[in-house]
Design a protein around this ligand. Structure first.
Ligand SMILES: [Zn+2]
Length: 247
C-alpha cells in the first residue's frame, strides 16, 4: 500500500513519495484539497485521514498553526454591546454549554461524502463583507475569542444558499450566541456553518444541493445587525472560508 506522510517542517511540507497533488496554500487558516492514487493512505499529524475512492482528501491548517506560512490578523474593536452579550449571565451557562455540545458533535461527523472536492459558491449574491477570519476581537474593551467566520452584511430576509451539496447535520432556530444556526456536512470532516439566520427552511438529515435556498439572513443570537456569519471547519479545526471559495 502506498503511504503518504505529510509533515510540516518550517514553512514547507514534505511528502515522502511526492505522490500527492495539492490545491490550496500552506498557510494559516487554509483549506487544502489533496489528490493521490486511489487506495493510498494519507497521514497528517500522525493521524490517518480519509481518502475517497477516487483519491481525494481534505485537511486544514488552523488559525495559529505552526510551521506553515504565518498570517497577520486584524484587531477588531466593537463597543457599546449590551454587557450581557459580552459576559453572559450565569443563568445561561447551561444553555451555552448545550449549544456548544451540539455544534461540536456536528463538526466531528466523519462521513465518506466527497462534495468538498468541488467548487464552492458564495452563500448570497449581494453583500458587504464586514468581518473576516482570524480577527482578534475586543468587545467593550475586553479581549475575546478571535472571529472565525466571514460576515456577509445584507438586508434581513435575504435568501441564503447552500455553498455546496451536503447533508444538514444541525438546524437550530435559537442558540444563545449564534441564533438560527445550520451546519452542513460536505464529507471528510469538511463542514460549513451559518449563524444569525432569520428563517431556517431545512431539517437535520436533509440532503441539499449547491445553490438551494436554505433559509434567510437575520440577526438572531449575538449580532449587532443583520448579517450572515459563515464558517468553515475541518472537524474541530476552524478554517478561513475564503480558502475554500478561492481554491
Ligand atoms: Zn461574525
Amino acid at each position: 500500500m502506498r503511504i503518504i506522510l505529510i509533515i510540516f517542517v518550517l514553512i514547507f511540507y514534505s511528502s515522502l513519495s511526492h505522490a500527492a497533488e495539492f490545491k490550496g496554500k500552506f498557510k494559516q487558516g487554509s483549506f487544502i484539497l489533496g489528490k493521490t492514487k486511489p487506495g493510498s493512505q494519507v497521514i497528517i499529524d500522525q493521524k490517518k485521514i480519509r481518502v475517497s475512492k477516487d483519491g481525494f482528501f481534505a485537511f486544514g491548517l488552523g488559525r495559529d498553526r505552526k510551521n506553515v506560512l504565518k498570517r497577520k490578523y486584524k484587531i477588531q474593536r466593537i463597543d457599546g454591546l449590551p454587557p450581557k452579550q459580552v459576559t453572559p449571565p450565569p443563568e445561561v451557562y447551561e444553555r451555552i454549554k448545550k449549544d456548544n455540545r451540539l455544534i461540536g458533535k456536528a463538526r466531528l461527523i466523519d462521513s465518506p461524502l466527497s462534495f468538498f472536492k468541488n467548487k464552492f459558491i458564495y452563500p448570497i449574491d449581494k453583500y458587504i463583507i464586514t468581518g473576516v477570519y482570524g480577527s482578534q476581537r475586543i468587545l467593550n474593551g475586553k479581549p475575546r475569542r478571535p472571529h472565525y467566520g466571514i460576515d456577509f452584511h445584507a438586508p434581513e430576509g435575504t435568501p441564503v444558499k447552500a455553498m455546496m451539496d451536503g447533508i444538514v447535520t444541525l438546524a437550530s432556530k435559537d442558540m444563545y450566541f449564534t441564533g438560527g444556526t445550520i451546519i452542513f456536512d460536505h464529507g471528510h470532516g469538511i463542514s460549513t456553518l451559518y449563524m444569525h439566520m432569520k428563517d431556517i427552511d431545512v431539517k437535520v438529515g436533509q440532503k441539499i444541493k449547491q445553490g438551494e435556498i436554505v433559509g434567510t439572513l437575520g440577526q438572531s443570537g449575538r449580532a449587532t445587525g443583520p448579517h450572515l456569519d459563515m464558517r468553515l471547519n475541518w472537524y474541530e479545526v476552524k478554517l478561513d472560508p475564503i480558502s475554500i471559495l478561492e481554491k
